[in-house]
Design a binder for this molecule. Sequence first.
Ligand SMILES: *Cc1c(COP(=O)(O)O)cnc(C)c1O
Length: 407
Amino acid sequence: MQAQWHVIWVLFFGVGLKQKNDYRKIVTDAQPTLPVSPPRTWAEINLSNLRHNYEAVINQHQGCVLAVLKAGGYGHGIAEMAAELEKINSSSAPKFMGVASVIEARQLADAGINTRIYLLGPACPSERKEIVARDWTPCISSLEEAEDFNRIAAARIGINPNTKLRIHLAVDTGMGRGGFLPESLVENFDALEKLDFLELEGIGSHLPSADEDEVFTHSQFEIFDSLIESLGIERFRFRHLANSAGLMNYQSRTTNLCRPGLMLYGISPLAQYQSILKPVMSLKSRVSLVRNLPAGHGISYGRDTVLEKDTRVATVGIGYGDGYPREISAQHAKVWIKQQKCSLLGRVTMDQIMVDVSNLPDCVSGDEVELFGENILVSEVAQKANTIPWAVLSGITPRVTRVYINA
Ligand SMILES: *Cc1c(COP(=O)(O)O)cnc(C)c1O
């Protein structure tokens, strides 16, 4: 879903979109003689906020970082996020970039990213040859998988035959999505160690409810730490368990690598830590029309909203076709216009929404609207849409222009 944006524009420090009216620069195929319109709906991606959040990760976790960039960097642009994180000075820069699939791994490789690439989930058999050839790092859930990788690694050409493929062992301590069950890892460990062309470089597990169930999560930390202690902590160069919520709220005796995703993008899965982060994405659009409508007039599909009084109604050029969740309809959602929260009226349509601007007599067509960002948290939008911020961010569609700012 990500990445085919026609238009990517990096604004440097001090130059804001508002001051800039030469939009031709961001429209690569514009004909020189024709006027070019500014994007109607865009996601402003603040790179300096990304650096701030990375700093917060470092302050929270004594160890190194696997930056989670799957789903197009949670909708922020996988290559842009990776490039920015790679610029961080070498001692604290991420050790790995975490992606969901070989397609995403390739996007990073094609963008010239040099940081090691880690595949967060199991690979299909047909993907393994490419993973080995490119020296990406898979996580392994079974002996059969490891044996297949070992066979492919033995046969790989063009790479020093003495270089083993570095893999991480996944352990299922309760997620139920992948990994060896702890007892099965112990049973299979000798066999895994005997695979000549694999280096068991790391071991990891995942937390299903670090933001919901502290007792269960503590038990996972205990299982994971004890397992590593029993196998020998020095056996694994990288030991990792925590996602964002895990690294904010829990301590491990053995881990030395964390895997933050959401937190990097400035959203905390635990509300009490939101103040240490700065949202990276602001989803913005513009008022396209303002009208006064009489009491009794219906608004949007289904007419489930009928105006109780005469109302000043702004139409805004964004809808679920941009990833603004349709489920938010009728949930008293707010948008931010001219320093005020204004209420959504009626259902979200594919390309447009309607907003009550009765309290903003000077609101006119062309005014900027924030759907979420620094004034309205994406977490609030997600909650009203009965979903989670991860889903809203990664669901912003390709037609939304990503505008990179550095201020
Ligand atoms: C997505 C993912 C993460 C990041 O989770 P956040 O809650 O966004 O920090 C970490 N580890 C794995 C295995 C993941 O799939």
